[in-house]
Design a protein around this ligand. Structure first.
Ligand code: DGJ
Length: 729
């Protein structure tokens, strides 16, 4: 049993293979958090200490005891208004606008399976054990019940959390904050590691000491965003890749989110993570429920690499779904950077033809095939094939592509509408617009109101008409603006605070129904690259276009940051043309391929336009990808260098779980004359074994590779890349 309940002590312990999470009902029915970390036995109640802290309120039940304050007690689900002045996990308003809650323990239940969440993504188990602990808390005055859900996937060292808030009163109430998780630490010196960024430069690693006050990251853009990632780490100040305590915390949600860490007056730390509370106000009618998104948490005592392995396994095997969850993805060629909007059916077939001759397996037709869409100013919402532009039917193009022995994939952007479109003429109310205001524009488009089922239905029906006619095996689902002008004609202005949450549910519903209609379809996510790159999305799209930046050197940083919380298998990554379309940089063809192979591999250029030598290289690259894909996608990923560019090289590796082989990848990011030889320490191997470089026959001891490392070849030229396959002798 992973979940242990001591009824007498009201002590709840969640054990995974190497971690323990513990909580307890203390005086007056409060649910206190005791411990989360390395696996241990015993009762950790002693961590709660009571002192009279000035200006820290006491519950009335405590009488004259001024040492009992919620301001000081580590809690499972803290509330505003019961004497705790730290940033709360939960807050609400009653019908008269009075803020606050006071949640007390009512009951518990243990289930022999991991819970799921209605309408929202949640980690699942398949052929392995999962368990659930439900703890019910209640605010008797407001008539609000909160059920805390804890999922335990013992073998994966994963604990998940979510909460369900139910209005059991006979008046409306308003939830103004409902985090998915709240973690209180009574001691410890921690850093917060988070991943900030911008369009075409997502998930940059940043590590900061947690100091007094509140540090808040998140998104109010309606999507998880390019600017911040809903995956964060909490790490002991001394922790690094190989050693030390660290926690990985990943929110399975694709909308606005909030993560805050606070160091309080007595140096305790709280981390809350969940849906964004700014502009959020969820109306809960009598009898109705609000379900928070899920958070998945892992802990490692052995540094970032081990934490990453646990998180990767969770996302790869317990969040991603579908046929391609672990299967090799077809090597694809995407039309976007090859022709942008300027193509007809023959152009697309010509790109496919050359690509198929070189071994590419799927053609993806990107933006521009529907409505009137010759640039990004019109056509969104009109999901019918532009046969004039294509020079014939889509079925014909697909057939010609299929006849080359290639699969066919297509791009969509279902959540958008152009003012210049038939849909806008017919249904202007489908767009988010605030009455009386001119809408904020972005890429000349507006967001569709996906909180309304009839809007989702209308887009799906149009797409079904197209896809029912063709053999489409892959869809790239894009989303190219942040949400603004939030107003829904069904919700009305007084319920505005619920819309963005319902919007996200609408997007999930769209993907569920699309997948249900075409069960074999493989959906890749995208939001201007990695603007909605989160574990929630991965439940529907096991691959996401990682960034609109295809420059191999920029991708080193983007894929480095991405790697902490997300596995290689979800990272869409392509070889593109040089000079690179985003940066103008010229990198060798081989380097672009080595970097793109740290993801789901493909091309994003017209292979008719590369040299004969490069055409031959394409064949070699695809052969390498096919040879190593299993090692790359299902093996253990190690970062061998950090974000510090002064080291002049970037390196990473994939190691098979039995340690029999590793693929070491190295890119030089700077060049010198008469350079010192850099060495890359190779991790995760069998120290007692000898490894042989498959290409050269050179032999290395496992210990040597760990202690000194591999010498990086010194080769003339900029941005060289190496892939070294070492096999145990
Ligand atoms: C943004 C995507 O990230 C690109 O790859 C491309 O699909 C464009 N949108 C098309 O408009």
């Amino acid at each position: 049993m992973a979940i242990l309940v001591n009824e007498e002590k009201k002590l709840f312990t969640l054990n995974t293979k190497s971690t323990t999470y513990q909580m307890k009902v203390i005086d007056y029915g409060y649910l206190a958090h005791l411990y989360y970390g390395k696996r241990l036995d015993g009762d950790m109640s002693y961590v709660i200490t009571h002192y009279d802290r000035g200006f820290s309120g006491n519950p009335n039940d405590a009488g004259e005891d001024r040492t009992f304050s919620m301001d000081n007690i580590p809690q499972e689900y803290s509330c505003y208004g019961n004497g705790d002045y730290r940033t709360p996990a939960f807050n609400m308003k009653d019908i008269e606008g009075v803020h606050g809650a006071d949640l007390r323990y009512v009951s518990y239940e243990v289930l022999n399976e991991k819970y799921s969440l209605k309408g929202l993504p949640a980690a699942y188990t398949e052929g392995e054990k999962g368990e659930t602990l439900k703890i019910v808390l209640m605010d008797d005055v407001n008539g609000v019940q909160v059920t805390l859900l804890y999922g335990v996937i013992e073998d994966k060292d994963v604990i998940t959390r979510a909460a369900i808030v139910k209005n059991v009163s006979d008046a409306d109430v308003f939830i103004t904050k409902a985090a998915s998780t709240s973690l209180d630490f009574v001691s410890g010196d921690y850093d917060i590691i988070h991943f900030h960024g911008r369009h075409a430069m997502e998930r940059m690693f940043e590590r900061e000491e947690i100091t007094h006050g509140v540090k808040k990251i998140g998104s109010i853009r309606g999507t998880s965003s390019h600017q911040h990632s809903p995956f964060v780490m909490l790490a002991d100040r001394a922790a690094n890749e190989d050693h030390g305590d660290c926690y990985g915390i990943s929110l399975l949600y694709s909308g606005s989110f909030n993560c805050e860490v606070e160091k309080d007056q007595t140096d305790q730390i709280r981390l809350n993570m969940g849906i964004q509370d700014e502009m959020f106000e969820y109306v809960l009618y009598p009898g109705s429920e609000f379900v928070t998104p899920e958070v998945a948490m892992v802990y490692s005592a052995d540094g970032f690499a081990d934490m990453t392995h646990k998180m990767h396994d969770l996302v790869r095997y317990n969040i991603c779904r579908g046929e391609y969850k672990t299967k090799r993805r077809p090597v694809l060629i995407n039309s976007w950077e090859a022709v942008y909007f300027d193509f007809d059916g023959d152009d697309i077939v010509n790109i496919a033809k050359k690509a198929s001759e070189l071994g590419v397996e799927m053609l993806v037709l990107d933006d521009g095939w529907f409505g009137v869409r010759n640039d990004d100013r019109s056509g969104l919402g009109d999901w019918f094939v532009n046969e004039d532009k294509m020079g014939g039917s889509m079925a014909d193009v697909v057939k010609r592509v299929n006849d080359l022995g290639m699969k066919f994939g297509i791009w969509i952007e279902p959540e958008m509408i152009s003012e210049k479109s038939r849909l806008f003429e017919e249904h202007p109310d489908f767009a988010f617009r605030i009455p009386g205001r001119k809408p904020v524009m972005s890429r000349s488009q507006l967001n569709l109101d996906f909180s309304r089922k009839e809007v989702v239905d209308c887009i799906l029906e149009q797409m079904f008409k197209v896809f029912d006619q063709i053999n489409v095996e892959y869809i790239k689902m894009d989303m190219n603006r942040s949400i603004a002008n939030v107003y829904s004609i069904t919700e009305g202005i007084q319920n505005n605070g619920t819309i963005l949450y319902k919007y996200v549910l609408g997007v999930y519903d769209f993907m569920d129904r699309l997948q249900a209609r075409y069960p074999k379809l493989f959906i890749e996510g995208c939001s201007g690259g990695g603007g909605r790159f989160d574990a929630g999305m991965m439940y529907y799209t096991p691959q996401i276009w990682c960034s609109d930046n295809t420059d191999a050197i920029c991708r080193l940083d983007i894929q480095y940051g991405t790697s902490f919380g997300y596995p290689i298998s979800v990272v869409g990554s392509h070889v593109s043309a040089v000079p690179n379309h985003q940066t103008g940089r010229i990198t060798p063809f081989n380097t672009r391929a080595v970097v793109a192979m740290a993801g789901s591999f493909g091309y994003e250029l017209d292979l008719n336009k590369v040299s004969d030598e490069e055409k031959e290289e394409v064949k070699t690259q695809i052969a390498a990808y096919k040879k190593y894909w299993d090692l790359m996608h299902n093996g253990l990923y190690y970062r061998l260098t950090d974000a510090d560019k002064s080291k002049k090289i970037a390196a990473w590796s994939f190691v098979s779980r039995d340690k029999a082989e590793t693929l070491v990848n190295i890119v030089t990011v700077d060049s010198f004359c008469n350079s010192p030889v850099p060495f890359v320490r190779v991790k995760g191997l069998d120290a007692d074994a000898t490894y042989v470089d498959e290409a050269t026959g050179a032999e290395y001891s496992g210990q040597g590779l760990d202690q000194i490392g591999l010498p990086v070849p010194l080769k003339f030229g900029e941005y060289n890349a190496y892939q070294i396959h070492l096999v145990r002798k």
